[in-house]
Write a protein that binds this ligand. Sequence first.
Ligand SMILES: *Cc1c(COP(=O)(O)O)cnc(C)c1O
Length: 734
Amino acid sequence: MEPQVRVPVAPGAAFALPPKLEGLRRLAYNLWWSWHPRARTLFSRIDAGAWARYRNPVPVLQGSVNWSQLLDNAAFMAEYEHLLAEFDAYMANGADHWFSRHHGDQLGGPIAYFCAEYGFHESLGIYSGGLGVLAGDHMKTASDMALPLVGVGLMYRRGFFRQTIDADGHQEHAYPDYELSRLPILRVLDGVGQPLTVTVPLPRRDLAAAVWLAQVGRVPVLLLDTDVPDNDDSDRPITHILYVRGREMRLHQELVLGVGGVRALRILGLDPAVWHLNEGHSAFLLAERARELVAAGTPLDRALDTVRRDSVFTIHTPVSAGNERFDADLVRRVAGPLLDGDGRPGTGGVPVDRVLQLGMGVEGDPGQFDMTAFSLRLTHGANAVSILHGHTANSTWSGVAPSEILGLTNGVHTPTWVGQPMRDALERYTNADLDAMDDQPPAKRFWDRIDQLPTQDLWEAHQRQKLELAIFARGRLRSQFARHGESPAALEELEEVLDPGVLTIGFARRFATYKRASLLFSDQDRLARLLWNEERPVQVVFAGKAHPADRPGQGVIQDIFGKSRSPQLRGRVFILEDYDIRIARFLVQGVDVWLNNPRRPLEASGTSGMKAAANGVLNVSVLDGWWDEGWTGDNGWAIGGRDTNPDEGAQDWADAQDLYRILEDELVPAYYERDAGGLPDRWAQLMRNSIASTIWRFSTTRMLHEYVERLYLPAAAAGSGPIKEPAASGATSG
Ligand SMILES: *Cc1c(COP(=O)(O)O)cnc(C)c1O
């Protein structure tokens, strides 16, 4: 199996480059730059203003650039040639990696990975949060590991909303309108060199979707877009908005993702050995594949069995409302003709009633089509995203899942998330290369050598990242409060906030009520005493969006915003607007402590804490999601225990008490303790423990090793093996 799946693309929008710098085009249209900071620096040296405005290289190159000056700049040219050589070598190699060496001949085709959102970089706004960032990290790591994989998603021209918070603390929503010719994506071509369009049959019309490519290192990601002139004006917005609110619109989106995605792969001649559904949004791909087989003459039960054998599914939420469900009547009306076959020869037919039966949820309500249940019944293997989530998922879905749901814990793409100062220090003292974690021989694991990183260097790297956060956050707060009409004096005050000498706690996540962002404020006087302590002060930075439909979540934002402006807490509590990948990077690299206090066991995994831990930031967290297995006793703190009180109010109160106790008695004293040389020796040891215990275990490299060995290879083997006659269809509940 070739380590790289290739997809033909049209040239991008026309812009001229000097022949000697033509390689910049290659660099710009590959998101490799999103995890190689030196490549980003190179583009910012071409035009710092354009880079700051767009944060992506395409508009930088399209602008008016003084090329002759750059061609005469020997340092710039040397850096350009160095980076281009590094990039070309990266793209050309692959056969010498772990996957190729051990499993290269065990897959008969690529892995097709379907997800509704991807978070690669802040400039490509087709993600909302954790699921998308995980998918983005999965693609980057698959590229680093030279795994033959192709991603499929949607190109949301209006993305997810951008958040502002008004002077009363209300969340305001604005939808961007992306100019696609300025994004690092290119139009995919079909077999005869024409722009590729797929069609999805809907009642009374064929919906068209254009296919774009985001090239992520070696991994192509196909993005479908219905905003094309062939479609009715009322159909063009189908893929505009991520997690669009209207149920019927959402169903249309998910048909485009699942059905259109399969058709795009087919036209490109790709024949996946494994189909991975990351979350149930793409579940219609299973129905479409069964329909194809029936159209080719396979009996229905056998077609369903065939589809089941080489498909795998990742479930992402223990929260029942987080699972995608549609009214059965809506599915019947919108997807019925497509699934049943429309009577034309060769269109196949998977009776919609059979599909609905396979999608009956755990409540057994025939009026609802549950995408999670449907996915579980039609896949060969499934996983939850932490060990603890595996336990809850198996008890929730025991009547539905045909086999045990594995606990396969999430990770993060280390080169994306570890800050440059910390990375330099780590690599220098442990002789590590974070870009090549995949090939660390076990005997030489660099994380076992982290004790060799001296406190002085560790602390300096951390403090630099902390200063970068402070400078960034002051700028963001200044524009926020200028918009609110604060006085020049009040704006000037902001120059002094977030002193890097003060212990800083970060809390950034989606504002959903189960995450209990307000827990820290349970006893406000006690909190104020902690924050304003003269010798040992503490400050807290919040960030996060609430879904536009989540009024209670928006209420939490308003509550915290109000507290941050109250006389008692103002100057010690901050909330940053428009949480995105960029803010996440600053926060997980630049705070001292990462706070996470959801109601156990509702957080499936969480990944922001892993990003923080890899930077030497200490987690203080409820034993939920990844922290239930990540906490070692000396790499951070556990809030509460493993027993849950069914009385939510009582549990909240107990957790808040424990959080205050940890902060007052353990964490704050440990942070401010200094040795004779003025260094925080004890804290630095905790930081080293945090890095050493997480940097491999909660990396996407470790995660992908597990996906390959526990899910992808078994599914590929089952898919290519002899077909059992359909006893396996007994796995349906009907
Ligand atoms: C990592 C990340 C998340 C997910 O973090 P959680 O711990 O699940 O909250 C969400 N949003 C952004 C922008 C991220 O970078």
